[in-house]
Unconditional design. Structure first.
Length: 308
């Protein structure tokens, strides 16, 4: 009897273990996601809980950049975030700060040059489109004015012909009226001459504008052979976060102003901020001419990330 009870006990225990294992098997796909969400939340809280310290790390001499210039650019980039949020998010620490390394990459520098070239071509296209549309409108208006002038000129010629016929039949009685009509014709002739001079001046101005537009198109087309056959986004900087260790690497920059924008962008990533959609935003995925400083979109993205 004891053997039977013991067998029943072990059978029930095995069945319970099987049910528990089956339940865990059904949830094994959700468990990694739960753990990942927990890890992401924990990392997010860590990234925002204290000021991020930074320092200049390796400085590749190929950049022709001094340590002082690099530090000034980083200070300016960090100050943008500190000022915009009204709190110290980034702090200089020459010993323990996250390293900002400058690793010159010839390929990335070339890609940056191509990106800047495409930006210049886009500026040319915008200027050409605007000037071309304006020139068409002005030319059409000049054409209408010339047509009106020709109509007035024909009416004036008809009036002169009628006056000449009257002059052949002039007598003492209507001589005074004829002189008055002649004065009116002289005034109309002067007015038409002034209009003709103004139309000629406007036509010459439009011709100069057309020549300038043609030269601008030629300058724009001269850039096309330099353009890369395959457009590629230049990775001018990157922020790496491994566990609780962060590091920034700068691969390329065109000007010190572009360098500050790139650093400000990577500082945003250091706090866990992702890319934004607005082209004027510093956290936009690609450096472009429309960026100047942090926008409301950048600030809102950081506030949502860190819960400020």
């Amino acid at each position: 009897m004891k053997f039977v009870l013991r067998a029943l006990f072990y059978s029930a225990l095995l069945y319970a273990c099987y049910q528990l294992f089956a339940a865990m098997s059904r949830q094994d796909t959700a468990l990694p996601q739960l753990l990942q969400n927990y890890a992401d939340k924990s990392l997010q809280q860590y990234l925002c809980q204290a000021p991020v310290t930074w320092r200049i790390g390796r400085l590749d001499p190929a950049f022709d950049l001094t340590l002082e210039q690099a530090e000034q650019a980083a200070h300016a980039a960090a100050a943008q975030w500190n000022t915009a949020l009204g709190r110290e998010l980034f702090r200089y620490d020459s010993l323990d700060g996250l390293p900002i390394n400058f690793a010159y990459d010839e390929r990335q520098q070339q890609l940056l040059q191509q990106a800047l070239l495409q930006r210049n071509i886009a500026r040319y296209d915008s200027n050409i489109d605007q000037r071309g549309a304006s020139l068409i409108q002005q030319s059409e208006r000049l054409k209408q004015q010339q047509q009106q002038f020709e109509q007035q000129n024909r009416r004036f010629a008809a009036a002169v012909a009628a006056f000449e016929r009257k002059a052949q039949q002039v007598n003492a009685a209507n001589r005074s009226a004829l002189q008055q009509e002649q004065q009116q014709l002289n005034a109309q002739q002067q007015q038409l001459q002034q209009q003709a001079t103004a139309l000629n001046t406007e036509q010459q101005r439009l011709q100069r504008e057309q020549r300038y537009l043609n030269e601008t198109v030629a300058d724009r087309n001269a850039l096309l052979p330099l353009q890369a056959s395959v457009a590629t986004t230049a990775e001018v900087g990157v922020m790496e976060i491994k566990g609780r260790q962060r590091s920034m690497t700068i691969y390329a920059y065109k000007t010190l102003a572009d360098l500050q924008l790139t650093m400000a962008h990577e500082f945003g990533h250091a706090l866990g901020v992702g890319h934004t959609s607005g082209e004027t935003s510093v956290m936009h995925h690609q450096l472009n001419a429309a960026q100047r400083r942090l926008t409301a979109e950048d600030i809102q993205a950081l506030q949502q990330q860190c819960g400020f």
